[in-house]
Design a binder for this molecule. Structure first.
Ligand code: ZN
Length: 238
């Protein structure tokens, strides 16, 4: 069996041997390292894992977004272990100006297209807006809606629009049935659960053998990492 991939986590697990994508936020890195670009890149590469890097919608209302976007673009250009852009997205449960959230999200979509890296998306109570933006921007890159807890009908809507779905600790038990195996991802996010228990919950819901899901996610993960290794070539267009 292939290794278990965790496509979105905020807590690095050294035992995962790099089969996880650790999510970091450029606004927080910028603050921790006092805006020192070399230090930020050093911290990224020192993490020893693949990384998704972006601006979370909760941080979209900060002053001087342009500074963070410039930094994000520069770090992506220089750090070869960045696999995904995000988490980025929309969240109507938070008191962050929605038009600002949308603007910061759209900028990251453009960046994802330019640097040819897929997106990991955080979306809360804003699926109509997400669909509207996707329709308007026609992105070529894969969009992975992470931590999906909605109903099967909503999952089907996202799938029809071309998005992938990632499931974590909590999900509607009927959702795994409507997501084609080759568009389903698995994550731990902020949860205390292990990645193996999330895989187990999904295969239990589906009634399939663990290998089928694990191999499918791993195959796609390897494809992402191969694109990542080509990044020195594609990033020259940034
Ligand atoms: Zn997250």
């Amino acid at each position: 069996m292939s290794p278990l991939v965790d496509i979105h986590t905020h807590q690095p697990h050294p035992s995962s041997e790099g089969k996880e994508v650790v999510c970091l936020d450029i606004t927080e890195l910028h603050q921790t390292h006092h805006g020192d670009f070399d230090e930020i890149c050093h911290a990224m590469e020192g993490s020893g894992a693949y990384v998704s890097l972006g601006i979370h919608p909760w941080n979209a209302g900060l002053d001087d977004t342009a500074k963070f976007m410039d930094c994000l673009q520069a770090v992506i250009k220089n750090c070869p272990n960045i696999l995904l852009i995000g988490e980025a997205g929309l969240d109507k449960s938070r008191p962050v100006d929605f038009s600002l959230q949308e603007e910061v999200f759209r900028q990251q979509v453009v960046l994802s297209e330019i640097c040819r890296k897929p997106m990991v998306i955080h979306c809360v109570r804003a699926f109509d807006d997400l669909l509207r933006i996707r329709k308007a921007l026609h992105p070529f890159q894969r969009w992975i809606v992470h931590g999906f807890r909605g109903k099967p009908q909503q999952a089907e809507q996202l799938l029809r629009a071309g998005m992938d779905i990632s499931l974590g600790e909590r999900f509607h038990p009927d959702v795994p049935h409507v997501v084609p195996l080759d568009r389903l991802w698995v994550e731990t996010d902020m949860g205390k659960t292990t990645i193996s228990s999330v895989y187990s919950a999904i295969i239990e819901a589906l009634g399939i053998h663990l290998d089928l899901l694990v191999d499918s996610v791993y195959r796609r993960f390897i494809q992402l990492t191969e694109n990542c290794d080509l990044s020195t070539h594609t990033q020259s267009s940034l």
